[in-house]
Design a protein around this ligand. Sequence first.
Ligand code: NAD
Length: 492
Amino acid sequence: MAAHAQNRTAAIIGGGVIGGGWAARFLLMGWDVRVFDPDPEAGRKVGEVLDNARRSLPGLSDVALPEEGTLTFHDTISDCVAGAEWIQESVPERLELKRKVYQTIQEHCAPDAIIGSSTSGFKPSELQGCATRPGQIVVTHPFNPVYLLPLIELVPSDINAPEDVERAKGVLTAIGCYPLHVRKEIDAHIADRFLEAVWREALWLIKDGIATTEEIDNAIRYGFGLRWAQMGLFETYRIAGGEAGMRHFIAQFGPCLSWPWTKLMDVPELTDELTNQIADQSDAQSGMHTIRELERIRDNNLVTMMRGLKAQKWGAGALLNDQDRRIDQLPETLDDVADLSAPIVTVARAVPLDWTDYNGHMNEARYLQAFGDATDKFMAMVGCDADYIATGGSYFTAETHIRHIDEVHAGARIRVETQVLLGAGKKMHLFHRMFEGDRLLATGEHMLIHVSLETRKASEPGPTVAAPLSRVAEAQAALPRPEGAGAAVGVR
Ligand SMILES: NC(=O)c1ccc[n+]([C@@H]2O[C@H](COP(=O)([O-])OP(=O)(O)OC[C@H]3O[C@@H](n4cnc5c(N)ncnc54)[C@H](O)[C@@H]3O)[C@@H](O)[C@H]2O)c1
């Protein structure tokens, strides 16, 4: 690919797990990236991280990313850092090595380039120790995978010029990161301190035979991990304090700090001063929302995240899927359907919080989702289930016509009833009606064609699907043709 004359340039020193992640983020945000890593496998390793980034990051955005920059590998640091505006050091976590690398970098880089270190533990003043221009080096500590997680702990020492810190923030923001400016340098910065505390407790829980690794992970991912992911620690506890807020929460749970609840027994005394400090900061952070509002925001976030996990069949989402299977009352097969001559209920559910839009009602795309789910359910009932599809046959939708007849809001219980207009040969012509109670909300008319998944072309369904489908089609043949079936979008 031709070099983009106008592109900004980043040099990546050390292209392992973390350096590869930085390289990918800069590249996908349109920067040219130059990599130095003495490992002969570096090209392959960076390439693998880049493949992962290319499949995940662009679609996280709802707008097109800039055109990808150019990636080059260089044999020397001097060649690599030439012309770079940002230099990201991600070599192994050894102070002497890092210091030696900065010396070489600084002999060859632009004096106003920013040198960020990915160090997990060292303070910037330690890194700056023997440097020619110490003020050029800051800690920019990322989290793996660097191409997806936005947090970068930006830790300057006293000698870094405030304008350079601002410039660093500007670059990090431009590549989609959240620079968390750590106001005082400290070993392991901020986030790794929490991870370290949790890690230490976890090691004790295993050593003392209290929990297994899986039980510990479940304790996180089915509960507080989901809360932390969207509100962190203090906003979550503010809600736990209820109307009385943070002061009440601290008064209630403060005494536990001196109980032997944890191996981490070195705790600060909860003086009035500390309590007030926390409560005031919490007011500044979240005081613009009432507790009721915060609860609703939290619930919306949790529903959105957990529904996302359902689609991945993972963690709390896998649990939800299991529970859905336990409580699902819809028939599994045609033999369980009481009356085949009437339309068959194929969806029965509540409208989830994340299906509504700026108009305060269910978004048009979700009607198709509900009708698509109805079609999937009907296919499974006539034998076109996962096992059949694994043998190489399936249905593809060829045409859809949805009529939006009435509004529906989050929480409403909706039902889709499915009528077969044609079920013969390669064709399956379905007419879905969506209701809330007796109120007709929408109709969806769909023409599906049976295909061979090998040739991707139309093919006759196998007998295990053809026979049940024609059984429904015959049973429903006497039903009146639904109002609106076969209609086109027209001017009334
Ligand atoms: N792994 C993590 O989760 C994580 C998270 C945040 C920060 N960090 C920090 O990132 C840094 C790198 O960690 P990593 O996990 O990517 O390690 P890694 O071992 O995966 O990668 C280090 C890379 O540096 C290369 N290297 C060795 N000597 C070099 C030199 N003189 N010049 C250039 N490259 C050299 C190695 O060949 C290797 O590819 C460390 O400081 C670490 O503390 C790691």
